[in-house]
Design a protein around this ligand. Sequence first.
Ligand SMILES: [Zn+2]
Length: 187
Amino acid sequence: MTFKSLKISFLVIFTMSLAFIGSTAHADAAVKTPSWGHWESSKITYTYSGSSKYYQKIWKSAVKKWNKTGAVKLKAVKSQKKADIVLQTSASLSTQKGLFTGYTNYSFYNHQDEDAEIVSANSTLNRDLLTSFSYTKKQRTNVATHELGHALGLSHSKSRRSVMYASNRYESISHQDKVALEKAYAD
Ligand SMILES: [Zn+2]
């Protein structure tokens, strides 16, 4: 049995567009994808909160891709209250650090000897930036898959082949991404 600390912590991970990042990438496909946390169960609910059918389809494709790994089972629910993960879009995301293609924020429990336990997550895509940098539908799906990967507990990978590469635009889920998710939900 594990004991949860009573404190819930918060974290936001921003995802940069390729235009704003330096080149520190590894082309090595064997670079491991890190994870920092996981949900209590591999059965996780989500809802899309938005009116755009176009983006609803993009998020749904991202959900399908993670479900296909077999490591998690994401299930759609209608109400935000019942949803673990809320998926949405925003017209513009800019901070003092720059412009971002998307971001994911969480609340989580800190465990003493193991990974954090995520209790809520919210992933957002920046419609304006994706449009102004002419991301294709497939590339927008890759960014959505990246954000959802964060919402499932994955961190940024140093491998350009990983969907979790910090400024990923071109890649979908790699073998290392699947392995990382399997490991995070192993018990
Ligand atoms: Zn990211």
